[in-house]
Design a protein around this ligand. Structure first.
Ligand code: NAP
Length: 322
């Protein structure tokens, strides 16, 4: 079994920032990246709202730069997924990956949340080319276009209202005849002349040509009638699922499945910290996740510093910078 001072589960902006800080603090740091290095942001075509890039950047470029910066200070990357954790006996914590087993003095959990997909043909094919799960990230690319929003909750209406700043029209497709969103948001949305609503309707397929979205197939769930509607973009807001299942009952969760943390990013388990969308259902931005990662790392660094005399030597630990 390998030993390390810090193990970071997940490699989005929260995890990569945490790795930069803990590695730079001379703590041996292992990042278990998960299936997709960088997480959600690595699927974002253009990033124009991460400070420091006046000409914008791409998700993959941002992720690669963050990875290199953390690696420069000695962070180790394991391109695998965590399959099991044991936080029940306190520090050091046991963390199993696809092929390795670690004992880590502290853990920073940054495995995020995923926007729910509709699960229809064309959806995955056109992600970043007309299909989006983030209005803040992609709305700007739909100036003067006809936009479709899927969902009937607060996110759909709030993001739909934001999209009216860019789009010519914003049509909300909702599967029932009543919205779930708050009355205040509904009032604002109904008052907005760019917004229209299609009820009792689900998206059956997203169709495109020349690599971009052109239309959607809709089904009226009451009549069964299928229609094809031209659209330039499909924004899906049907909820998010935090990736907290891995922890079972070991970490305290909120009723919506997000990890509970204190103001110092600590979970209910001393020595286990959380950062980014695994706890944050509100902001969901790369920069807020990065800020969280920094905070979790600084707390972990202090926490380990206070216990320095009790920490076992890392004779089997991964040497920094190897
Ligand atoms: P949500 O409240 O769970 O709403 C999801 C919406 O998507 C619902 O209207 C649901 O339909 C629909 N939906 C779910 N699965 C679907 C599917 N497979 N196909 C089609 N439609 C589907 O999620 P959310 O809007 O992301 O909000 C999450 C939480 O954040 C909520 O507590 C919300 O209040 C909060 N939030 C608050 C604000 C704010 O206060 N301004 C803004 C954003 C989010 P049904 O209605 O039929 O179930």
């Amino acid at each position: 079994m390998k030993r390390t001072r810090v193990i970071i589960i997940g490699s989005g902006p929260a995890g990569l920032t945490a790795a930069l800080y803990t590695a730079r603090a001379q703590l041996s740091t292992v990042v278990v990246t998960g299936k997709l290095l960088g997480g959600q942001i690595s699927t974002t075509h253009e990033v124009e709202n991460f400070p420091g890039f006046p000409d914008g950047t791409t998700g993959p470029e941002l992720v690669e730069n963050m990875r290199m910066q953390a690696e420069k200070f000695g962070a180790q990357f394991l391109y695998e997924s965590v399959t099991e954790v044991d936080f029940t006996k306190g520090t050091p914590f046991r963390v199993k990956t696809d092929t390795e087993e670690y004992l880590a003095d502290s853990v920073i959990v940054t495995i995020g949340a995923n926007p729910r997909e509709i699960g229809v043909p064309g959806e995955r094919e056109f992600v970043g080319r007309g299909v989006s799960y983030c209005a803040t990230c992609d709305g700007f690319f739909f100036r003067g276009k006809d936009i479709t929003v899927v969902g009937g909750g607060d996110s759909a209406l709030q993001e739909g209202l934001f999209l009216t700043k860019f789009g010519k029209t914003v049509n909300v497709i909702h599967r029932r005849d009543q919205l779930r969103a708050s009355i205040a948001l509904q009032t604002r949305a109904f008052d907005n002349p760019k917004m229209t609503f299609t009820y009792d309707t689900v998206v059956k397929e997203i169709k495109g040509a020349d690599g971009v979205v052109k239309s959607i197939l809709l089904e009226n769930v009451k009549t069964g009638q299928i229609t094809e509607k031209p659209t330039d973009g499909v924004f899906v807001f049907i909820g998010y699922d935090p990736n907290s299942r891995l922890f079972g009952t070991q970490l305290a969760l909120r009723p919506d499945g997000y990890v509970r943390i204190n103001e110092l990013m600590g979970t209910n388990v001393e020595g286990v910290f959380a950062a980014g969308e695994i706890h944050d259902s509100q902001f969901r931005q790369a920069i807020t996740a990065a800020g969280d990662g920094c905070k979790a790392a600084l707390t972990a660094i202090n926490w380990l510093g206070e216990r320095e005399s009790q920490l076992q030597p890392l004779e089997e630990a991964v040497p920094a910078g190897d």
